[in-house]
Design a protein around this ligand. Structure first.
Ligand code: IPM
Ligand code: MN
Length: 351
């Protein structure tokens, strides 16, 4: 019996999670596993009503679950950073989910803005370090409020933090068994501390994986190659900030935020799966947002906890729906509502 903590969150989060849970119920019946869910009410509304961002007892309770299914965090009436840092990053850091796994895969029938590129060309995975770098929130203002002000933002990169991430990436590349190529994305020509350490650790860990080809690209060049020759990539490993940026680019070349999903993984602990687009407040409550990203996140969650068959059935159903039904993946342009897309996925689940 799996225990899944569900955090629908803000904006369109609850709508897309509702569809994901519909698919979960159907796939569990079909493949025969049992689960329990508990909904946790965290997000902007709670904060505005009570002033609480993330009560400690809820955080402790969530630690007892097998996995977390998250909708979206971010509210237009709350100052940016409060909820993101207080909920999303608290979970990532507090549960030591040191891998952010973001597949960039163009499904058949989905339109990409890249001319002449097809599903064979766009199929790679970004492994983003998820607990360090610029996201640690360290730094200071000096002379705040006057023209001599200086803002310092620290990127903290530890040998151990980099090593476990790069090792995971090599293992993942081996297991994925496609091009067997791992590309380090950094900025060694400028970041003389952070990228230097990433580079050295990458070379060192690579010695344990002679069967994996290694490659390197600066982050700016990575953006260019992702657009020009996405087929060159198999697995990319990178730091937290670069990973954040390049995976939005990745999302758009795989058809947009309507389909892009990710996993925040602690290989020894509790992992969390989410659609990578935000809370999209302007679409909230309208039943027009695309739930496929949340449904793909569910598929990743199930694969992670060991329900590989269920995960595969969901992916197959998503491919059926994108290739045969949806006009577009964009909110309001799909030709179906949010709940109808959920129903379509359920209908196409076949074991
Ligand atoms: C993401 C998001 C988050 C991030 C924000 C909401 C803090 O953009 O998951 O990519 O920067 O990691
Ligand atoms: Mn992001």
């Amino acid at each position: 019996m799996y225990k899944i903590a569900v955090i629908p969150g803000d904006g369109t989060g609850p709508e897309v999670i509702r569809e994901g849970l519909k698919v979960l119920e159907a796939v569990a019946k079909l493949t025969g596993f049992e689960y329990q869910t508990k909904i946790f009410d965290l997000g902007g509304e709670r904060y505005l009503k009570t002033g609480e961002v993330f009560p400690e007892e809820i955080f402790e309770e969530i630690k007892k679950f097998d996995a977390i299914y998250l909708g979206a965090i971010g509210h237009p009436e709350v100052k940016p950073g409060i909820l993101e840092r207080g909920i999303l990053l608290k979970l990532r850091f507090g549960l030591d989910q040191y891998i952010n796994l973001r597949p960039v895969k163009l499904y058949p029938g989905v339109e990409t803005p890249l001319k002449d590129k097809s599903p064979q060309d766009i199929d790679f995975v970004v492994i983003r370090e998820n607990t360090e770098g610029l996201y640690v929130g360290e730094g200071e203002f000096i002379n705040k409020g006057n023209e001599n002000e200086i803002a310092i933002q620290i990127s903290r990169n530890t040998y151990r933090g980099i090593e476990r991430c790069i090792r995971y990436a090599f293992e993942y590349t081996r297991k994925r068994n496609k091009q067997k190529k791992l590309t380090l994305c950094a900025k060694t020509n400028v970041l003389n501390y952070a990228s230097d350490l990433w580079w050295r650790v990458f070379q060192e860990v690579a010695k344990d994986y002679p069967d994996i080809k290694t490659d390197y690209a600066h982050v700016d060049a990575t953006c260019m190659w992702m657009v020009k020759n996405p087929e060159w990539f198999d697995v990319i490993v990178t730091d937290n900030m670069f990973g954040d940026i390049i995976t939005d680019l990745g999302a758009i070349i795989q058809g947009g935020l309507g389909i892009a999903a990710g996993g925040n993984i602690n290989p020894q602990g509790i992992s969390m799966f989410e659609p990578i687009g935000g809370s999209a407040p302007k679409y909230a409550g309208k039943n027009v947002i695309n739930p496929l990203a949340a449904i793909c996140a569910l598929s990743m969650l199930l694969e992670h906890i060991g329900e590989v068959k269920a995960a595969q059935l969901i992916e197959n159903a998503v491919i059926e729906v994108t290739s045969k039904k949806l006009k577009s993946l964009a909110a309001g342009k799909m030709g179906y509502s949010t709940s109808e897309v959920g129903d379509l996925v359920v209908k196409h689940l076949v074991g």
